[in-house]
Structure formats: C-alpha cells, structure tokens
Design a protein around this ligand. Structure first.
Ligand SMILES: [Zn+2]
Length: 449
C-alpha cells in the first residue's frame, strides 16, 4: 500500500492517541475499528454485557479503548431441547495486535480468544462452572426451566498492548414441546409411512396406534423416536388416523391411502406340485406354526442401514400385488412379494441388516429365511435351495443367507422376496430405489445411496 500523509489522518490519529495509547505519525491508513465479538446464542446475536474493545490503527500503534456495558441478553422462551452457542469467527479480526504491517494484520485476523469460560445456572444452581466450549457442547439439557448463561472471552496478544476481555450474560427459559412429523400425509397401497417424534424432555415411552396395522416406536440416536407404519396393498383407500401418546401429551395425524393399480396373472401349475405343497396335509398348519409367529415380532431398535438392496438381479416373473388366477380359478389370490427367476445356486444376500427370526424348511414356501430389520419391518426369502443362517443370527446388509432354489410351492428356480410389517405385505420397490417413506427422516441417505 502506498504511503502518504494528510492532515486528515493526523487529526484522526491524534484523537485516537488522546483516548488510547501511543501514536506513531508514520501511520497512514484508515483506523480499523475494533468490534466486540458477537456470540450467537440459540440463533440470536448477543453482545457483551461488559468488557473493553481496543481500536487498533493499521501501520501503527495507535489504539482507542472502548468500554462496553449493559447488553444483557434475555432471550425469553427457547422452544428447542438444546441451546447452542456459536462464536463469530470475525470476532478476533480487529482486536489482536499490535499491527505494524500488512502481514501482521493478516495474521491478526486469524486470532482467536486465548480463553473462553462458560458458566451455566438453573434457578441459582450451578450446572457448569468455567466449562470450555467443547465441554459445553457435550452438556445436555434435560429439564424445563429458567437458565442463566455467562461467557467470558479473553484475548492475550503477544505484545501485551491490548488485553481484551468480554463478559456476556444471557438468560432464557427452556420449555420445549414434543412434536411429531409424518413422512407423508398421503400414501399408496403397499407403501410405508414413518412418524418421527421429538419427545422434548418427556422420558416416558411413546405409544402409537392406527388401524393401518402394527406399529411400534424405536428410539433413535438423536433422542427422537421413529415408527414405521404399513399401508397394506389391499388397504381400502381413505383416511386413517394415527394416534400418538407420550405421557400427558398426545398427537393425531391422518394418513390418506390412495389406490395403486396392480396387474393380473394367469398361472398354470402342475397339480402334482399343488398336491405336494398347498394341498399337502398339514401345509397350512405348518406355515401357521412356523411363519405366522414372525408377523408380530418387532425389535424396538433400528437394524436397517440405508436403502434395502434387491437380493438378486433375476428376471421378474411375478410382480408385487398382482392378482393371480391359478389353473383357471375364478377367484384370484394376491402375490404378496416379487418373484425373481435366476439360476439355482445363486447366492442370496440379506437385503439389509437385521436379526434372523426364522431359517428352515416350510412345506408351502420351501426353505425360508425371515429377517427382522427393526420396528417390525421384515424381509422374507422363500423357495431357497440352501439356507446359510440360523434363527437368532445377526446379519449385515449383503451377507449371504442362502442360495436360490425351487423348494416348496414353486414352478422353477426363483426367489420369492417379500417385505412385511405385521401381516401386511408391502411393495419392495420403493425400499430399493430409496423413495420409501422409510427414508424420509434418514439424514444419512444421500451419502449411503
Ligand atoms: Zn412368489
């Protein structure tokens, strides 16, 4: 920067020197006005309640001290569960010094407080005493009430010319209310709706009930609760209430079920196959005994991790929800999963992480594996050739659980893959492509896809 000298700057610097400290007359750039660091508390900008800011002069040693007082911040009602404090990075831009060159000035800009002490009181009781920002960040508020927060910032510059201290006092009332969000107010037949509940400081376990089907809450790592609600493929279109209670708080939301168009299939199956499976003595009882108990099993934890994977890349021989007319029958059955035709022996991975609830032979569905993914959401793998897991095993998404076969009520090697919550069969496709309501509140989805 070109140096020059004018009467204007002389007057400016003399006045600065009169208030502050030394002044060297070779200073020839505008005065840099010191600003007190601003603290952002729960999103509101707060100035120091007391302290002193030092105005430095670029290219010189002139300084002006400004005393600050009377900026106590009362933020009133804070509705969230936490109270975040952020320190403005520009706070130190103009308060470290002394500054004698461009280089010094740039270095000073990177300055930060040499200490920061945070005190927190609730109704006169000390909760934090001289905590650093990191310790404050680990502190979790756990009850409603009136709080007082004080922050002390100290700057100790290398040459000791402008020690600068700021004291902040911030009072606020923390009184969060529980809140619930639903992934979508409208859902197609075969879809999944999720409900996320922020319990505020309620410690009771929330309850959920809906005519749509079985649903439970599973706790999430951020302290919230999530419920996975089925919309059965044959659910009558219309409005269905979803009721949530949490202690003395309650919430009700309506889900509108919309119609999905499903196709039809005419199937001919050898009467001998029918006779040995569906028609076999005890086949229905066998299924009821082995598979139906899995319907109401639901682990109150989330095992699934990101999108479900399509277990095999087979040809789709029967779509989900299809109306199937077998051997000329006038009454259709519904196809509750997807059939993926592929060579016998093809490895079958777990579509997502979970707990194996059942693994073994069933007359109708052949060698079968059932995996609970949390919250009652399950996948079923049927007609397997071999089964490589056992009930009780924990599996990770992609682990091989068996191989494709044609066991049970089957006309050729294929995997019957099914998704259920309770007894409600659901459309697997939105779980594969990531568009399911299951993922609405999953903030990690983008990186996982
Ligand atoms: Zn099938």
């Amino acid at each position: 920067m070109k140096r020059f000298f004018t009467a204007f700057f002389a007057i400016l610097l003399i006045s600065a020197a009169a208030v502050g400290g030394l002044c060297f007359m070779h200073v020839n750039a505008p005065v840099v006005i010191a600003e007190a660091p601003v603290i952002e508390a729960a999103g509101a900008a707060c100035l120091p309640s007391s302290g002193h800011a030092v105005t430095k002069t670029l290219w010189g040693y002139g300084e002006k001290e400004t005393f600050i007082e009377g900026n106590d911040a009362d933020l009133g009602l804070v509705p969230g569960r936490g109270f975040d404090i952020a320190f403005s990075s520009s706070a130190a831009d103009t308060i470290n010094g002394p500054l004698t060159s461009d280089t010094d000035f740039e270095t000073a800009k990177a300055g930060s407080p040499s200490y920061c002490r945070i005190n927190l009181e609730k109704d006169g009781t000390t909760l934090l005493d001289g905590a650093d920002p990191e310790s404050y960040g680990l502190f979790e508020y756990s009850e409603n009430g009136d709080y007082d927060l004080t922050v002390d910032l100290g700057y100790e510059p290398a040459k000791g010319l402008d020690e600068t201290d700021y004291h902040y006092h911030i009072s606020f009332t923390l009184r969060p209310e529980p809140s619930a969000q639903i992934s979508s107010a409208e859902a197609p037949q075969g879809g999944i709706v999720t409900l996320k509940l922020d319990p505020a400081f309620y410690t009771e376990e929330p309850q959920i009930s809906t005519e749509l089907g079985s649903a439970i809450f599973i706790s999430q790592s951020d302290g919230s609760w999530l419920s996975v609600i089925p919309v059965w493929y044959a659910q009558e279109p219309g409005d269905y209430p979803v009721d949530v209670t949490l202690g003395d708080w309650s919430f009700s939301e309506t889900v509108t079920v919309t119609r999905t168009e499903f196709g039809r299939q005419d199937l001919t199956i050898a009467s001998s196959t029918v006779a040995s499976t569906r028609g076999a003595a005890g086949a229905n009882e066998d299924y009821a005994e082995k598979i139906k108990p899995t319907y109401e099993m639901a682990d109150p934890v989330q095992y699934w991790d990101g999108p479900f994977i399509m277990p095999v890349e087979g040809r789709i021989t029967t779509q989900f929800g299809l109306y199937r007319y077998t051997n000329g029958s006038k009454t259709p059955t519904r196809h509750t999963g997807i059939d993926l035709a592929i060579a016998k022996g093809t490895p079958v991975p777990a579509s997502n992480s979970g707990r194996v609830l059942f693994a073994g032979p069933v007359i109708i569905s052949g060698n079968t594996v059932v995996i609970e993914h949390g919250g009652g959401l399950k996948t079923y793998y049927m007609h397997l050739d071999t089964v490589d897991v056992s009930a009780g095993d924990m599996v990770t998404k992609g682990d091989i659980i068996g191989t494709v076969g044609t066991t049970g009520y089957s006309t050729g090697p294929h995997l019957h893959f099914e998704v259920k919550i309770g007894s409600m069969s659901l459309d697997p496709w939105s779980l594969f492509d990531g568009t399911s309501g299951l993922y609405t509140f999953d903030s990690t989805m983008e990186e996982k896809q």
